[in-house]
Design a protein around this ligand. Structure first.
Ligand code: NAP
Length: 262
């Protein structure tokens, strides 16, 4: 899975969304993240189709919404996602949240069937705590490949990182720029100044150096490029430690169906 992807939540205007995806792919991104709930799978598909990059070189991920997590609904809604995206398969299909119609056995057995049929290459989950991950992995034989959760320097997910490392589950960081809050953190802007970089780039480099994949959402070419250039930045051990020491728990995404423990 490419370590940097393009997020697309709230990239709602179809022409703009298609242009963002095309720009990102032509700039070198090879990982695109969408979801049924974002209402933009068709626009993402259009961006992919219009870019001069082969489908098989792109890591494409989407997510099944919480009211579609019954066994048959997973199968049917995923076919619709593939149709809208204009592709034969996705590289990663996530359970968007462990909520509403989610049932580990029912939901994930359908994900396993989709994997056996070649409609998805990998099974993912999102917003899962260690307890959810444990029961998910017990429910199926196929591996849970990735868990997509909110993670950034202001929400470092230490416990979950440790769990995922032991369980061999990749972590994907959503809202990796804390939805813009990283720009107001002195430690990050100081380090950014030292690298002649942006606080966005520093946050993304910090995640990459923790072996976490990040999927910043960016709309215009400037932000898309700024984030891509984070791949050229390497933070020193001392800089990593300064960020590690930020002691904050600023969760930006907290809907009422989030796990009780949040
Ligand atoms: P984010 O990536 O932390 O922040 C996006 C915001 O930062 C946008 O306002 C964007 O503006 C701005 N931005 C991006 N790059 C910038 C740069 N280099 N300089 C200045 N501003 C910059 O927030 P997010 O959209 O919440 O998270 C990213 C992706 O994660 C989502 O798009 C979605 O794909 C995924 N996600 C998943 C879940 C889940 O439940 N699984 C939840 C939330 C998000 P512009 O748009 O104007 O460029």
């Amino acid at each position: 899975m490419p370590a940097l992807g393009l997020g697309t939540w709230q990239n709602d205007d179809p022409d703009q969304c298609a242009a963002s995806v095309r720009n990102a792919l032509e700039m070198g991104y090879r990982h695109i993240d969408t979801a049924q709930a974002y209402g933009n799978e068709a626009a993402v598909g259009e961006g992919i189709a219009s870019a001069s990059v082969d489908r098989e070189d792109i890591f494409l991920a989407t997510k099944v919404w919480i009211d579609q997590l019954g066994h048959d609904d997973v199968l049917e809604s995923t076919e619709k996602s593939l149709d809208r995206l204009g592709v034969d398969y996705v590289d990663l299909l996530y359970v968007h949240w462990p909520a509403d119609a989610y049932d580990a056995e029912q939901t994930l057995s359908a994900f396993e069937e989709l994997r056996e049929d070649g409609r998805i290459n990998n099974i993912g989950v999102s917003n899962f705590e260690p307890s959810h991950l444990e029961s998910a992995q017990e429910a199926i034989d196929a591996p849970i490949f990735a868990n997509q959760v909110e993670m950034h320097p202001l929400l470092q997910q230490r416990e979950l990182r440790e769990y995922c490392e032991d369980a061999d589950v990749e972590l994907v960081a959503y809202s990796p720029l804390a939805r813009g809050d990283v720009f107001d953190v002195d430690v990050l802007t100081d380090i950014a100044d030292a690298h002649d970089a942006s606080a966005a780039q520093v946050s993304l480099a910090w995640l990459r150096q923790k072996d976490v994949t990040a999927i910043p959402k960016a709309t215009g070419a400037d932000h898309i490029r700024d984030n891509f250039e984070s791949l050229d930045i390497t933070l020193s051990d001392a800089e990593m430690a300064r960020i590690d020491d930020l002691d904050r728990t600023d969760r930006k995404v907290h809907p009422d169906f989030a796990p009780d423990s949040w």
